[in-house]
Every structure is written in structure tokens, then in C-alpha cells.
Design a protein around this ligand. Structure first.
Ligand SMILES: Cc1cc2nc3c(=O)[nH]c(=O)nc-3n(C[C@H](O)[C@H](O)[C@H](O)COP(=O)(O)OP(=O)(O)OC[C@H]3O[C@@H](n4cnc5c(N)ncnc54)[C@H](O)[C@@H]3O)c2cc1C
Length: 472
């Protein structure tokens, strides 16, 4: 079994460390932030500072695929999340039966286990502290890679890392789980590798979030999905732990007229004008300000260039490999799938031939995870272009089958119980809709049922009203 160093104790970093340790590996997690995890949900919410995770206090929703991985592979993590008040609920079964039809056996797959980000991270950290084979060292910022003998001339082989304090930590494999802002390209340059191939663009979205709590532990009733589009803005309404929930407004970062949403009063005025979600403000606010975030990148990176690895002994997992529009909430689910893929390859291919392992990791990542990233990025590009067109007072009419298909499926999902399930299972990272539709031979039904999506009325303030509310 291998000695493995995981860089980053984020929610996927710790989850992957635990998966690896279950397979018998000896895992050390090095985390930059020194602050130890809080001990209660309230303390996590009020006092746990996580400078390394910018999105720490923004609304999160952990999807069914994340729940499925922890239930099956890390039941102690699922138990720990439940112990701190994490919410198990099934968004499909909460839809009235008139719309979704009678319950079906595999509807249970859609159950999620979720909570506010600090609370989920507290629960995962508590499980990691107890996990045999995992050592978490906080306050250990990594500053570079250590190279050892290469198995092929010109391809550096990583044998560990150096921390800012100068300590060297050696390993058979280094797993980069340092998140969206992973510094590995700089470290690889210092090592003298070819540059990794990166596709990078600003997703163009801006987030404005706030959390609420109910007095009696109940949650607002959902009149639609967790993300709903209202012309040039989208709403997020995300159930969480202990009777709390997150509420967000997503805009285009180019939409300067809505920058006023950082102001609490303007944010409340705009959110309160969104008819199907305004009641999600009926609770006690537990944030005293609006948390905002922009410069959210869609970025994918590979260390496999021109058909072969540029480095061995180092793999990027989770957001360090690829990150995309967070409003779809796929990061933790895809990250845990990536962690499972890493475990499978260590079992099936092993580390005896580092080149073979690095190539197999890149190929499997491309085959199994890249399709999810491509789908998400395509959705992002269309949505942000649609918003930017709306801001300019234009209709968005791209000549693109994928856009037409996505809109039609979203519309059809409210009219057809089979398509509803396919839509929701896609949103929950259980199966991509195109795969499900081909498997069930239902692809034509999407345009038959949802093809008239352009004619549907949108109950939302018009653009002028929105701008007035955001600037009044
Ligand atoms: C606004 C927003 C909302 C989101 N909402 C959702 C959601 O609802 N559902 C969902 O599933 N996903 C969501 N995501 C994505 C999700 O947060 C990420 O996919 C997830 O955090 C990735 O986990 P990770 O462990 O790979 O990285 P991170 O959680 O980013 O953790 C990286 C860790 O690495 C550490 N680190 C960084 N550099 C170093 C270094 N040099 N040395 C040592 N440690 C280092 C950091 O301190 C940090 O602890 C959202 C993202 C954003 C931006």
C-alpha cells in the first residue's frame, strides 16, 4: 500500500483521504488554514474562519450523488453529517404527486444529504479526525514539489512536497486537492515540466447570498427547483441543516446595474419581487450582510499533454482538476466521483509504473468526468450569454441544438413525469439526461412535450423594474 499526501483539507480533500485510507493507504493531509474545525454547528457558522475556501459562507447544496457516495463508501461521514443536523430530504418526492406521478422504486436515489458549507465541512472534518490511516495537519501551507528519479528522461517525478516552513513531506503519490485556485502550474514550472494544458474562462456569474433559520425547524415550501431563472437573474433556494436554508441571487458580473445587490435593502427588494421564491425570506436572517462573489472561473486542467504525462507522482483531483459554475452545485459530487476513480486506479493499475498510472488517471478522468464538465460549461456559456443579451435588451437565439434541448427538457419536466425524473436525475449528478434519454429511447419526447418553451409566460419583474429595485 502507498504513502499518499493529499494537499488541501476541503470537503473533497478529506473525503478522498478517507476513501484512500479505507483501501489501506497511509494518508497525510496538508492544509494551509491553521484554524482547527469548530466543534458545534453554531460555532462553525459563527466563528470558523476558512480563508482557503472563498465560497465558505455562500449557500451550498450537496446533491444526491454526493449523498450516494458517502452512504455507500463513507457511512461514518453520512452519520457525522446527520449528527450535526444535516438534512436528508428528497427533492423529487417533495413535488406534488399530481406533477410527479406515483412514487417509483428508484426515486429514492434522489435523496440528498445537505447543509450549510461550514456545517458539512465540520462533520467531514470530525469523521476524518477519527479515520484510521488519515493524519490531518493544519497550518501546513505547501509551497512546492520535490522531484526524485524519473522513469522517463524529461518527465519529472514528484516524490513529495515542501511546506512554507521548509519541511519536506515525502510520498509515493501527491494528490492535488487545493481547490479552484490550485497553485500547481507554478510549482510545475519550477520543476521544469511542460506547462499543463488549461482551458480557462471567467464563467461570468456573480453571486449574492444570505442564510435564514426558522423558529420551529421547518423549511419553506418549494414552488419550483433550487435554481430558477427570472430573465436576467436567477434565484437559489437551498434547504440546509438545523432548520436553516440559503438564498441567493445570481447575475452576470457584467450587469453593472445590479451591483447594488450587495446592499441588503436592495437585495431584499429584488428577491421579494420574485413570485415563486420570495417566501424563502420568511425566516430569521443568520447573516447580517449579503455575501458576494465574482470572478468564478470555469477551468479544466490536465497534466497529460500531446498524448503523454508531463509529470508523474502527482494528480489533480476535484476543483484542482476542474471547476465550473457553482450554482448547479456539482462540485462536491464530481469531486467525490473523482476520488473514487483515483482509488479504483490505485487498485487496478497501481504505482509500480508511474507513467502508466499518470496516463491511466488522465484517460479515465477524461472518459468518466469530462462529459459532466463539458455539459456544465456549455450550460454556463449559454446562460450567461442569455443574461447578457437580456441586459442589452435582445433576445437570445443561438443556433445551437444543445441550448434548444436544455430549454425544452426543462420545460417538459413540469409536464411529463418520466422527463421530470430524467431532468432531476441529471441535476442531481445521477445520470446525464442525454444518456438516460437514449437508454430509455425517449429523446424525441423532449421536443414533443417541451418544444414550445418560448411561449411560456415568465412570472418575474421586467428588466426596468429589476433595475429600479436594485438601485432605489
Ligand atoms: C459560490 C460557490 C458555491 C458553490 N456551491 C456548491 C454547492 O452548492 N454544491 C457543491 O457540491 N459544490 C458547490 N461549490 C463547489 C464546491 O465548493 C467545490 O467543488 C468543493 O469545495 C471542492 O472541494 P475541494 O476539496 O476540491 O476544494 P476546496 O474545498 O476549495 O478546498 C481546498 C483546500 O485546499 C487548501 N489549500 C489551498 N492551497 C493550499 C496549499 N498551498 N497548501 C495546503 N493547502 C492548500 C485550502 O485552504 C482549502 O482548504 C460551490 C463553489 C462556489 C465558488
Amino acid at each position: 500500500m502507498a504513502e499518499i499526501v493529499v494537499l488541501g483539507a476541503g470537503v473533497v480533500g478529506l473525503g478522498t483521504a478517507m476513501l484512500l485510507a479505507k483501501d489501506g493507504h497511509d494518508v497525510t493531509v496538508l492544509e494551509r488554514d491553521a484554524t482547527p474545525p469548530a466543534s458545534t454547528p453554531d460555532e462553525a457558522w459563527e466563528r470558523w474562519a476558512r480563508r482557503g475556501v472563498n465560497q465558505f459562507r455562500l449557500p451550498h447544496y450537496f446533491l444526491a450523488r454526493y449523498r450516494a457516495v458517502v452512504d455507500a463508501e463513507l457511512p461514518e461521514v453520512a452519520g457525522s453529517i446527520e449528527q450535526v443536523g444535516g438534512l436528508r430530504h428528497n427533492p423529487l418526492l417533495e413535488i406534488p404527486e399530481e406533477l410527479r406521478g406515483p412514487e417509483r422504486p428508484d426515486d429514492a436515489d434522489c435523496e440528498v444529504l445537505t447543509g450549510r458549507r461550514p456545517v458539512i465541512e465540520l462533520a467531514v472534518a470530525a469523521a476524518a479526525e477519527r479515520a484510521r490511516g488519515v493524519t490531518v495537519r493544519r497550518g501546513m501551507p505547501v509551497s512546492g514539489l520535490l522531484a526524485g528519479p524519473s522513469s522517463r528522461a524529461g518527465t519529472p517525478h514528484v516524490v513529495g512536497v515542501r511546506t512554507e516552513s521548509g519541511e519536506e513531506v515525502r510520498a509515493d503519490l501527491v494528490v492535488d486537492l487545493t481547490g479552484r485556485r490550485s497553485p500547481t502550474p507554478r510549482w510545475l514550472e519550477e520543476l521544469g515540466t511542460k506547462p499543463p494544458v488549461e482551458e480557462l474562462e471567467d464563467s461570468g456569474f456573480m453571486y449574492f447570498g444570505r442564510h435564514y433559520r426558522s423558529e420551529d425547524g421547518t423549511l419553506p415550501f418549494a414552488l419550483g427547483g433550487g435554481i430558477q431563472h427570472f430573465g436576467t437573474i436567477s434565484s437559489l433556494t437551498l434547504p440546509a441543516d438545523n432548520g436553516t436554508w440559503g438564498v441567493g441571487i445570481v447575475t452576470s458580473a457584467k450587469d453593472k446595474a445590479l451591483l447594488g445587490l450587495r446592499d441588503l435593502g436592495k437585495w431584499e427588494a429584488v428577491f421579494g419581487a420574485l413570485p415563486t421564491v420570495a417566501h424563502w425570506m420568511d425566516g430569521t436572517p443568520i447573516d447580517d450582510k449579503i455575501t458576494s462573489m465574482s470572478k468564478i472561473e470555469d477551468r479544466i486542467r490536465t497534466f497529460h499533454v500531446d498524448g503523454s504525462p508531463i509529470v508523474t507522482g502527482l494528480v489533480p483531483v476535484g476543483d484542482a482538476w476542474a471547476c465550473s459554475n457553482p450554482s448547479l452545485g456539482r462540485g462536491a459530487s464530481l469531486g467525490m466521483l473523482h476520488g473514487l476513480l483515483l482509488c479504483d486506479l490505485l487498485r487496478d493499475v497501481g504505482l509500480d509504473d508511474p507513467l502508466q498510472f499518470a496516463a491511466a488517471f488522465a484517460t479515465s478522468t477524461d472518459d468518466q468526468l469530462r462529459p459532466w464538465f463539458d455539459w456544465t460549461r456549455s450550460t454556463d456559456r449559454h446562460r450567461v450569454a442569455q443574461v447578457d443579451a437580456g441586459v442589452a435588451g435582445e433576445r437570445y437565439e443561438p443556433d445551437d441544438d444543445d441550448f434548444e434541448f436544455e430549454q425544452a427538457l426543462a420545460s417538459a419536466s413540469s409536464k411529463d413525469p418520466d422527463l421530470l425524473r430524467i431532468f432531476i436525475r441529471g441535476a442531481l449528478v445521477l445520470e446525464r439526461p442525454r444518456d438516460a434519454l437514449s437508454r430509455l429511447d425517449l429523446i424525441d419526447r423532449v421536443s414533443e412535450v417541451g418544444g414550445a418553451w418560448r411561449d411560456e409566460p415568465m412570472a418575474a419583474p421586467d428588466r426596468d423594474e429589476l433595475v429600479r429595485l436594485a438601485s432605489a
